[in-house]
Design a protein around this ligand. Structure first.
Ligand code: SAM
Length: 189
């Protein structure tokens, strides 16, 4: 079984947006307790690489060889560790399920969620290989459209996915950017 029910959300997003291939390098931001790590590791197989980051400690995954980093994605040093963990060819997929601690105050929770989503986008910008994909959770609200527009500038296209497994927290959606276009690797082509 999976460590977190949220694993099913990533499976549903993958079914809809076709994220993972065998051998891929995947970075998972806000990865604790590790449900998404389990799904990613299954999908990329033994030839793949999966790296997870969270503020919380992530217990080792028994069946999979996954590297985990304990750190805050708003801090530069965490990004530094991540760059070291991903080889020069870059990541094929960056996913973020990061969420702020909820206060119940809708506009504040939204603003914090967008802030974290932008941190994930910056990390994706640093890590993704040309053609790579990006998934990021964000709570709906006033700043979502502007964020979506910014993401769409870096990808061939962006879609908004509401996986059935996240029906109960109806304010969350996932933006999926397909086909990263800003990689330095692509610039000389
Ligand atoms: N996808 C995970 C799974 O399947 O097990 C569940 C992730 S949970 C919804 C959100 C996570 O984001 C929490 O574990 C939280 O610690 C993490 N998080 C929130 N802010 C963060 C930050 N600034 N840096 C790193 N992780 C963060």
């Amino acid at each position: 079984g999976y460590r977190a029910r949220s694993a099913y959300k990533l499976k549903q997003i993958d079914e809809e947006a076709d994220l993972f291939e065998r051998g891929d390098t995947v970075v998972d931001l806000g990865a604790a307790p590790g449900g998404w790590l389990q799904v990613a590791a299954e999908e990329v197989g033994e030839a793949g690489t999966v790296v997870g980051v969270d503020l919380q400690r992530i217990d080792d995954l028994d069946d999979h060889d996954v590297e985990t980093i304990r750190g805050d994605m708003t801090e530069e040093r965490t990004r530094h560790y991540l760059r070291e963990a991903v080889d020069e060819e870059g990541a094929d997929v960056v996913v973020s399920d990061m969420a702020p601690n909820m206060t119940g105050e809708y506009t504040l929770d939204h603003a914090r969620s967008v802030h974290l989503a932008r941190q994930a986008f910056d990390a994706a910008d640093e890590l993704l290989a040309s053609g790579g994909d990006f998934v990021v959770k964000v709570f709906q609200g006033d700043d979502l459209d502007a964020f979506r527009d910014d993401v769409s500038e870096a990808f061939q296209y962006v879609r908004t996915v509401s996986p059935p497994a996240s029906r109960d927290s109806s304010s969350e959606v996932y933006l999926v950017g397909k086909g990263y276009t800003r990689s330095p690797v692509a610039e000389g082509d």
